[in-house]
Design a binder for this molecule. Structure first.
Ligand code: ZN
Ligand code: ZN
Length: 262
């Protein structure tokens, strides 16, 4: 997913692509026409845009949004799925501008920032639904900014098959949607899609004593069972702290087994 947003406002596109040699006279600026191309229908649509304002242009045939793609630098059509715009030429996915504005407004106005993660160890079961996901849906209906993530990095301590983790992550996200979470109201993401969390965990690790981490019940159990303990196991609670502190979460619904780590 790209963090740059594509341009959908024809005036904005026009200003950027305006040939320099047309000069700045009113006539020259207002007669230069912008040709947008629908990749789906292979249709060119042109027009002279003199008004200002955020008006999205759509293909006259298939009604797809027409945009300037900042990834492949083409004027092309895009496919909308939930709050994601996907370039029809290069297939890059973008979060739409309106989604970013909506989330920013929710961030300012929300009562709580609710955060919960789940490890990508398998598909969700009924217990997950009754214990957690049902509550997620309730939080979402309230005046909260909800962030639900798949902790794919945390899964690496018990699973070393990236394909399995990726398949499970997609399955969990689909189950979230099937259970009633609205992707236009909540932020649903994988931990690894936010590399800044790893960076934050590195800084936090400078303040965390090794002894305190070794004292955690889960690690003590592993020592007693003479299991292999990686740096990842030791680092687990530090990364968890970054998961929480990064988005400044105020409500963190967790299972009782996770309380010592938190
Ligand atoms: Zn079209
Ligand atoms: Zn593109």
């Amino acid at each position: 997913m790209s963090k740059i947003t594509p341009m959908t406002d024809p005036d904005e596109i026009r200003r950027m692509l305006q040939p320099k040699d047309t000069g700045t006279s009113i006539e020259a600026v207002s007669t230069w026409s912008l040709v947008l191309h629908c990749t789906k229908c292979n249709l060119q649509t042109s027009g002279i845009y003199t008004e200002t304002g955020d008006i999205t242009r759509r293909c006259p045939a298939c009604k797809s949004i027409l945009m300037y793609c900042p990834a492949c630098h083409n004027l092309t059509s895009a496919t909308e799925r939930f709050n994601i715009l996907s370039c029809d030429k290069c297939k890059t996915d973008f979060v739409t501008k309106s989604t970013i504005e909506y989330l920013a407004s929710r961030d300012r106005e929300s009562r709580e920032i609710v955060l919960s993660g789940i490890r990508a160890t398998g598909k969700l079961h009924l217990g997950n639904f009754l214990g957690a996901v049902q509550r997620f849906v309730e939080y979402e209906r309230g005046d909260n900014l909800c962030m639900y993530f798949v902790a794919d990095w945390h899964t690496l301590t018990t699973c070393d098959d990236p394909r399995e983790i990726s398949t499970n992550s997609i399955a969990i996200a689909s189950d979230y949607l099937a259970a009633g979470l609205n992707p236009e109201r909540s932020i649903i993401y994988t931990q690894s899609s936010v590399p800044e969390l790893a960076e934050l965990a590195l800084y936090l690790s400078m303040f965390q004593s090794k002894n305190q981490l070794e004292d955690l019940p889960t690690l003590k159990d592993m020592v007693r069972d003479r299991r292999f303990i990686s740096m990842g196991h030791l680092f687990y609670p530090v990364l968890m702290a970054a998961d929480i502190l990064g988005p400044r979460a105020t409500v963190i619904p967790v299972g009782s087994d996770q309380v010592p780590n938190v």
